[in-house]
Design a protein around this ligand. Structure first.
Ligand SMILES: [Zn+2]
Length: 195
């Protein structure tokens, strides 16, 4: 879909009802000199912008295996995912990916290169995955993970993966592995129309 197509733009869901500056009830409207619907405070004039969020993660490889974590939290409780989560303030994407891996799997890894950048405008997110080498088979999953495990690359649980961005990243990893090269890949997917 072309960004100039009006259907491309999805108004962000409301995350707050009241102005965080003055406490007045917010209204939704297009501010002067803007072209998008925003949460506005007609009392103090504040405009509460919302912007996409980054999800950062890793593809940890150990020989012919990839590390996956089974989610202990919603959404997609019980499904398998690459270690990943929302980026925090004050960290780089690489630091965030390493932190999420530590929190969710406890695996010792060495991050190698940025691998996939996946725009998901339908949920206002950008997902970034780094290729990483697992240094050993040690795992120590945290409370957001039911279990962590290394899967043979021909035994990835495709039908029990949590997210399209994870399956897209793993599909391309397998193809790139055949070629022996792993260029950074960029995609845009639309979760409203799952294929
Ligand atoms: Zn206000």
């Amino acid at each position: 879909m072309n960004p100039s197509d009006p259907a491309f733009y999805h108004p962000a869901p409301r995350t707050q009802q009241y102005c965080s500056q003055c406490g007045h009830a917010l209204t939704r409207d297009i501010p002067p000199d803007d072209n998008r619907i925003r949460d506005l405070c007609t009392h103090c004039g504040a405009v509460h912008y919302q912007n996409p969020r980054n999800v950062v993660g890793v593809v940890p490889i150990l020989g012919d295996q990839v590390l996956l974590c089974r989610r202990a939290i919603e959404p997609r409780h019980g499904k398998w995912t690459l270690p990943a989560g929302f980026m925090e303030l004050g960290e780089t994407t690489e630091q965030g990916a390493a932190r999420e891996n530590q929190e969710e799997s406890g695996a010792r890894i060495r991050i190698e290169s940025l691998y996939t950048v996946i725009d998901v405008p339908s949920v206002n997110q950008v997902h970034l995955f780094y290729l990483a080498q697992a240094l050993d088979a040690h795992l120590a999953p945290g409370p957001e993970t039911l279990e962590a495990a290394f899967f043979d690359l021909d035994r990835i649980p495709w039908h029990d993966l949590a997210f399209r961005t994870v399956s897209t990243t793993l599909e391309h990893y397998l193809k790139d592995r055949e070629q022996g090269r792993f260029p950074t890949r960029h995609y845009a997917i639309d979760l409203r129309f799952p294929d």
